[in-house]
Design a protein around this ligand. Structure first.
Ligand code: G4F
Length: 345
């Protein structure tokens, strides 16, 4: 039985990857931070929380990472842990860098010291393309990060490449474009939208307040993206791959599609911070702008070209943008109904 160690096991990707690896017959070890409550909600949602071996691991402590690796003796390590909220990285740039950038280096150093045959997956991000230098973006596109988060991810990416080239580590970097699901954190725009739409439908909320409506993202389905992580580590040689759908949609389009799911057509009026989205039938304001959600520097457009992954890994995204919105709204309608009855998740 192969052993995999996953950092960031309690997040969206950690949960989907755990389920996927368990189905492949892996023994899955999940790293958790002793300083935070162990929140297994996402793992429970997928019905796998009882099958994970939890190990304490703190990315800020080198010796702690070594202990976890020595104890687990994994064949594969998936480094998914990060301070991954772009907005927060402007408020906490030093912490973000310590965890997201130097944390990755600590894991690589520990692998090099303990067992350089361990295969390593680094969760890189399309945010590294930032102010994009080409459209669509692929593995050859120059990076131009626009936030402390993206700069940290870029360090994690290059240090993984560097350890592969310098020390022969089997280190792969998956440059994943935005990937969403019912397990996405509520701080991210897609889930904030679908959860709010469900609350509006069930009469628990009047309005949804958002920031930049015209940012465009390449949104895929997270459950499919974790398969690509595993596939990268099963290749003969380590390499880096862009994982994306190849389609781009604005936040505005996501909002419109989400309201359509509950039978509401939105009509827009006004400009800038005065813009409103109204129910075309009733005229009721459902969406407005709150400048607190604007960022000091924005990434305007992301659109990935995953040709390399399609060819080399045989990976293909299947869920369409419309289906993704549908899956998320439907799941949140069920969740909010339960919450309304006082049952929670
Ligand atoms: O959902 P977001 O916060 O995701 P963002 O910044 O694209 O980053 C996510 O995807 C990356 C992959 O490219 C990951 F690396 C990263 O860890 C994270 O998972 O924001 C998407 C867009 C932005 O342009 C933002 O300004 O939505 C815009 N937006 C508009 N109103 C909002 C809001 N974002 C959030 N979070 N909340 C809003 O109210």
């Amino acid at each position: 039985m192969k052993r995999a160690l996953i950092t960031g096991i309690t997040g969206q990707d950690g949960a989907y990857l755990s389920k996927f690896l368990l189905e492949k017959g892996y023994d899955v070890y999940g790293a958790f931070r002793r300083t935070a409550d162990l929140n297994v909600n996402k793992l429970r949602f997928l019905g796998v929380e009882d099958r994970i071996h939890f190990v304490p691991l703190e990315l800020l402590e080198y010796s702690n990472i070594c202990k976890a690796i020595e104890k687990v003796r994994p064949e594969e390590i998936y480094n998914l842990a990060a301070q991954s909220f772009v907005s927060l990285s402007f408020e906490e740039p030093v912490f973000t860098s310590e965890v997201t950038a130097i944390g990755t280096l600590r894991v690589l150093e520990a692998i090099r010291a303990i067992n350089s045959r361990i295969k390593f997956y680094q969760a890189s991000s399309s945010e590294m393309f930032g102010k994009v230098q080409a459209k669509p973006q692929n593995e050859a596109t120059s990076f131009y990060p626009r936030s402390p988060y993206a700069v940290s991810k870029l360090f994690g990416h290059w240090i993984s490449v560097n350890y592969r080239e310098s020390y022969g580590l089997f280190a792969c970097s998956g440059i994943l474009f935005n990937h969403e699901s019912p397990l996405r954190g509520l701080e991210f725009v897609t889930r904030k939208i679908t959860y709010s739409v469900a609350r509006i439908k069930l009469g628990l909320q009047d309005e949804l307040k958002l920031g930049q409506l015209d940012s465009k993202r390449d949104w895929g389905y997270a459950a499919e993206y974790v398969q690509a992580m595993w596939l990268m580590l099963q290749q003969e040689k380590p390499d880096d791959y862009v994982i994306a759908t190849g389609e781009t949609h604005s936040v505005r389009e996501f909002v419109e599609a989400a309201f359509e799911q509950i039978g509401i057509k939105l009509e827009w009026s006004g400009k800038g911070v005065e813009e409103k989205g109204r129910d075309a039938k009733t005229g009721k304001t459902l969406v407005s702008i709150d400048p607190q959600y604007f960022r000091p520097a924005e990434v305007d457009l992301l659109m990935g070209d995953a040709s390399k992954a399609k060819k080399a890994l045989g990976w293909n995204p299947k869920t369409t943008f419309k289906d993704l919105v549908g899956i998320m709204v439907e799941s949140d309608l069920k969740l909010v109904e339960r919450e309304k009855k006082g049952k929670g998740l």
